[in-house]
Design a protein around this ligand. Sequence first.
Ligand SMILES: *Cc1c(COP(=O)(O)O)cnc(C)c1O
Length: 365
Amino acid sequence: MRSSPARASQAAAWVRPEILSLSPYHVPDATGLIKLDAMENPYPWPGELQEAWLDALRGVHLNRYPDGAAHGVKASLRDAMAPPASTDLMLGNGSDELIQIILLSVAAPGRCVVTPGPAFAMYRMISLFAGLDYHEVPLRDDFSLDPEALLEAIERWQPAIVFIAYPNNPTGNLFDPGALRQVIEASPGLVVLDEAYHPFAQETVMGWLQEYPNLLLLRTLSKLGLAGLRLGILVGPPIWVREMEKVRLPYNVGTLTQVSAAFAMRHAKLLDAQAGHIRQERERLHLAMQGIDGLTVYPSRANFLLFRTALGMASRVFQALKDSGILVKDLSGSHPLLTDCLRVTVGTPAENDAFLRALTGSGAR
Ligand SMILES: *Cc1c(COP(=O)(O)O)cnc(C)c1O
């Protein structure tokens, strides 16, 4: 196959301009590093549980397609999440896929998405893939919601979808519920509240699904401890879910994922206990980081902490941490409100200690 300039320009001629102008989502190589960059649960399962899980997988018939409606795993998830009886569930290959399904269901020329930001990067990327315009409304300096600005944007743009993560990623805070209600009530289209960090916030708007016909809720098993499985959950009114089910590809959630997720839900106590350890460690880490001169640490209800280094130091601190064997996320340069900001995922006590040691020696001051 030739790889000539002519072929390159052929790609440029056919791939949509909005895709050509994107940079691919970058997943850094973490080989040999303590991985505190991606909000993963750091605790593996104990040996007996691993064995029991493998036993559960032995009954799987990989020659058959998965259960397209995922009855078994949905029943386990309903038990674990207790959504209102009036709602339906839809499952995705991670909540990323559900975000894609939601957006594809409404995408049409001239339609748009509104999000308070900085926000989860996928809202913007998938909006662009789907051909939707994307409008971000800046949060206030303390990362709280600016209800006036958001309501004005909703009035002006009449968005098909408003995405809000609760707690927010990458800032870690929970928004004011009163302001969220105003947003839902003012929105002409759907509001999607993304509770990816629910295990660490222990706050939910699940009950609101009984009040608002234009509200959808997203959850995921990723941050709880099953990032490798890829299972996201959408909860919402049947009239919306029914339509979005038409966009979902028939076998989007594999049998191994369905069986493993149902197994994990039977052992939800263990995952909840792990989330409890992570919440405790988050508080300890927050306190210790507050004691480091020159750092600003923001309050978090998630399993990560956002922090600001001294002026212009973020990339140097990021590199110094990496040289000490610790990978965090460098957010400086990603958004005007995130100048000099890095994000660290809460790890095990030993990992957090290693991070604190490296941070103290990094010249963050
Ligand atoms: C991590 C994250 C997700 C994606 O979760 P997956 O289920 O792993 O695709 C969705 N929303 C927010 C806000 C996140 O931080």
